[in-house]
Design a protein around this ligand. Structure first.
Ligand code: ADE
Length: 239
C-alpha cells in the first residue's frame, strides 16, 4: 500500500505544450493572472500553457468538481493533441499532524484514491491507483526549495469531508494533501502515456475539528493567491 503501483513517464527535456488543469474557476483566475494568461493561454520560456477548467454544470450552475468530471474533461482534451505535460494546480485539505498549515503548499510525489475499498486481489490495487507522478526527485526538491512547498503523497476522493477510516488511512500513509481530482488525472495520464505534475495549496485541515467546508470557503482566496504566486517558479523547474 505504501509503494506506488504505477509510474507515469518522466518529463521530457523539452516541454513545448502544457495542459494546466484547475478544477474551479475561482482557483484558476488568480493563477491565470499570475502567469499573464490571455484567453486561457500563457507562455513560459518555450512552453505554451493552456488552461483546462471543467466549467460549470449546465443544470446546477456549480463548478464540475470531483474525480469523474476531472477524468472526463482531461480525457476529452487529450483526444485532440496530447501535450508534453499535464499540470494540476489547486486547493487541498492538509494535515495538522504532518505540520501543515493554511496556505501551505505541497508538491506531489505520488497520488492515490482513498475511498477505494475492493476486497478482491488486483482490483484493490486498481481502485487505489497509487501512482508515482512524473517529476524526478531532484525536480521535486528544486520546486520545494523555490516555493517552500512540502513534498509528498496526495489522496483523492469524491468527498470534501473524511470518514474515520479514511483518517486512519491518511495517518498510515503519511498523506499530505487530500483533494478531489489528482488520482483521476493520473489514471487518464497513465492510459495516454502523458507526464503529470501537481502543486496543491491547503485551504483546510482534514484532522482539525472545524467543519471542512467552513475552513475551505474562508481560506479559498488566500490559498489560491499563494498557489498563483508560486506558479511561475513551479513551471520554471519543469519547462
Ligand atoms: N479541496 C480543498 N480542501 C479539500 C478537502 N478537504 N478534501 C478534498 N478536496 C479539497
Amino acid at each position: 500500500m505504501d509503494r506506488p503501483t504505477f509510474a507515469l513517464p518522466p518529463i521530457p527535456p523539452r516541454v513545448h505544450r502544457v495542459l494546466l488543469f484547475v478544477a474551479m474557476r475561482s482557483e484558476a483566475d488568480p493563477i491565470a493572472r499570475a502567469l499573464g494568461a490571455t484567453d486561457g493561454t500563457a507562455r513560459i520560456g518555450d512552453a505554451h500553457i493552456e488552461l483546462l477548467v471543467p466549467g460549470a454544470d449546465p443544470v446546477l450552475g456549480v463548478d464540475r468538481l470531483g474525480p469523474v468530471h476531472a477524468a472526463s474533461a482531461l480525457a476529452r482534451a487529450l483526444c485532440s493533441a496530447p501535450p508534453d505535460l499535464v499540470v494540476n494546480m489547486g486547493t487541498c485539505g492538509g494535515f495538522e499532524s504532518q505540520g501543515l498549515g493554511i496556505a501551505d503548499l505541497v508538491v506531489v510525489r505520488d497520488a492515490m484514491f482513498h475511498d477505494a475499498r475492493v476486497a478482491l486481489d488486483g482490483f484493490d490495487a486498481l481502485a487505489r491507483a497509487h501512482t508515482r507522478l512524473s517529476p524526478s526527485e531532484s525536480q521535486l526538491e528544486a520546486i520545494a526549495a523555490r516555493t517552500s512547498a512540502r513534498i509528498g503523497l496526495a489522496s483523492s476522493g469524491s468527498s470534501l469531508d473524511a470518514t474515520a477510516d479514511e483518517l486512519a488511512l491518511f495517518r498510515r500513509t503519511h498523506t499530505l494533501a487530500k483533494d478531489m481530482e489528482l488520482a483521476a488525472l493520473a489514471v487518464v495520464c497513465r492510459e495516454a502515456g502523458v507526464p503529470l505534475a501537481a502543486l496543491k495549496g491547503v485551504t483546510d485541515l482534514v484532522d482539525h475539528h472545524e467543519p471542512t467546508h467552513e475552513a475551505f470557503l474562508r481560506n479559498l482566496t488566500r490559498t489560491t493567491d499563494r498557489i498563483a504566486q508560486s506558479a511561475a517558479a513551479f513551471f520554471g523547474q519543469l519547462v
